[in-house]
Design a protein around this ligand. Structure first.
Ligand SMILES: Cc1cc2nc3c(=O)[nH]c(=O)nc-3n(C[C@H](O)[C@H](O)[C@H](O)COP(=O)(O)O)c2cc1C
Length: 508
């Protein structure tokens, strides 16, 4: 009996080994065949020199290039190395969003001698906690039928429903409500996701007038009235340009134009929609002021403009024309976007090399408005990589009344900087319409993170302000920050960009 069992086991084992051997030989044979086929393909093709000269092996270059994108972030890049945001900045935003302590140990990992580093000027007698005051609301649009008393100096910048997924827009809207900040729709129109949370909304009018266009694509007063009828919609912003792609309109591919997106944007379903590279009916500063007046008259709400600064002589012309027409004709706010701002998709040369960065343009616009006595009439909003407290505090020092951020709030939603916003494959569900990838983004949960990020950044900007001896962030001015120069020494921002006429620095 025992012998029979042993022989059965040996027989099964031998059969198994024989199968495995056959399988192994088959696998090796198949592998060799695949290599041979790839070899023939590589040597006979003429489009790729590397593969032609190094058949098969040359293909590893592309594999490693693809994998390097993922591994660099985790294993090789230093904390302060990556762009557009390094690990230290991303980690700060993620921790702030999760409400985890954001203290660090041992010492700064930042190179404080690098040119353009901001060093805030603490005073010997910082503001005592009991003397600190909450930031007051700031009114925008004093001449409108419905001015907006904006409660927060830090808000959510424009990102369209389309560039962002439905769950992401919902999470931002719910989070903005909890934070009591505003949310800008971006140029894709107003969706139910924006309205759901009940937050204040800035409706952006892009060059295609999505959401407020008639059947010919022209601005429709009727649609404007419908949008303005929502109490939540507090302001309108005409987008002239965006830092990441000045002079370029957006392209919404046909397969993204679902029935829902088509209805929201006011375009035909299933047809690609190409937005013009500027507002076709705005050919001059006069046209711009006329358009601002029209939208303000129709909606009764504050109207502003957003642009990235390139040439800037036109801003002086704008001020002259405003004075000719009267102060009420001015845009109620100007949003200055940075040349290094983000987007869903844009050509690299526009992203890299067109449009001034905020470092230069924000003080410049503030100075022009101050020189032309329009600084208090026109509120100044700034955006561009202001995702940490020091960035926001810098902008307030430079002259901004408000700061808005797009990518900071994307990090609060869990963005991992996978750089896939232009494909439909965002792994965190933020910029994809693939339901499988959206599953990971739970709007209610993420809305807490949006609010927590807002709370922490606001709180830490207050800490910087108190350290500088002012009782609230808007008390910061150009004397409160020094900028490191190429020689490693810092100079006051007030010397680098002296305010015209040395006016009082307060901005209320
Ligand atoms: C995914 C994405 C979509 C965007 N969509 C718009 C848009 O529709 N309209 C707009 O004016 N700006 C848009 N922006 C630009 C941002 O509003 C902002 O001006 C820019 O990214 C700089 O801010 P940040 O550095 O905090 O991201 C978008 C940015 C991103 C990342």
């Amino acid at each position: 009996m025992l012998m029979e069992e042993i022989s059965l086991i040996s027989e099964v084992t031998l059969t198994g080994i024989s199968w495995l051997t056959t399988l192994f030989i088959f696998a090796v044979g198949l592998g060799a065949l695949v290599v041979a086929v790839l070899f023939v393909i590589d040597v006979s093709q003429t489009s790729d020199a590397i593969r032609r000269n190094y058949p098969v092996v040359g293909r590893f270059r592309y594999v490693f290039m693809a994998l390097g994108e993922f591994f660099r972030q985790y294993f090789f890049a230093m904390d302060r190395e990556e762009l557009p945001f390094n690990r230290a900045e991303r980690e700060w935003a993620h921790r702030a969003a999760k409400g985890r302590g954001n203290t660090i140990a041992f010492g700064s990992t930042r190179n404080l001698a690098a040119p353009n580093t901001a060093i805030f000027v603490n005073c010997p007698f910082p503001t005592l906690d009991e003397d600190a005051v909450a930031t007051k609301t700031m009114q925008i649009g004093p001449f409108c039928r419905t001015p907006y008393d904006a409660p927060s100096f830090f808000n959510i910048s424009g990102m369209s429903y389309g560039a962002l997924s439905g769950p992401a827009v919902r999470a931002l809207s719910l989070g903005a409500k909890k934070a009591k900040c505003w949310m800008n729709t971006g140029e894709g129109g107003l969706s139910s996701f924006h309205l759901e949370g009940g937050c204040d909304i800035v409706f952006q009018i892009g060059t295609a007038k999505y959401g407020v266009r008639d059947t010919d694509g022209k601005l429709s007063d009727k649609k404007l009235q419908e949008v303005a009828a929502h109490d939540q919609v507090r302001m309108f912003e005409i987008k002239l340009s965006q830092g990441a792609k000045p002079g370029k309109g957006g392209i919404l591919p046909a397969d993204k134009v679902s029935a829902e997106i088509a209805a929201i944007r006011g375009i035909p379903e299933g047809e690609a929609s190409i937005s013009p590279n500027r507002h076709p009916e705005i050919n001059s500063v006069d046209d711009l002021l006329t358009m601002i007046k029209r939208i303000r008259d129709v909606t009764g709400k504050p109207v502003g403009i957003k642009f990235v600064v390139g040439s800037y002589g036109w801003l002086d012309v704008l001020c002259t024309k405003i004075h000719e027409r009267g102060a009420e004709s001015a845009p109620d706010f100007i949003t200055v976007d940075s040349g290094d701002g983000g987007t869903g998709a844009a050509p690299m040369p526009l992203m890299d090399n067109v449009g001034l960065v905020l470092r230069e343009s924000l003080p410049m616009v503030d100075d022009i408005l101050t020189r032309r006595d329009l600084r208090k009439r026109i509120r100044l909003i700034s955006s561009g990589k202001l995702i940490t407290p020091s960035g926001v505090a810098w902008a307030l020092c430079a002259g901004a009344d408000f700061v808005v951020s797009a990518r900071g709030f994307m990090f609060s939603l869990g963005c991992i900087q996978a750089l896939k916003c232009n494909r439909n494959t965002c792994p965190t569900g933020i910029t994809t319409h693939n339901p499988r990838l959206q599953r990971g983004l739970k709007p209610e949960r993420k809305s807490e993170r949006v609010a927590s990020y807002w709370r922490n950044i606001t709180h830490e900007v207050e800490i910087i302000a108190h350290s500088c001896g002012v009782d609230e962030p808007r008390g910061l001015n150009r004397n409160h920050v020094r900028i490191v120069q190429a020689n490693g020494l810092s100079v006051p921002m007030a010397d680098l960009h002296p305010r015209p006429g040395n006016e009082a620095e307060e901005k209320t």
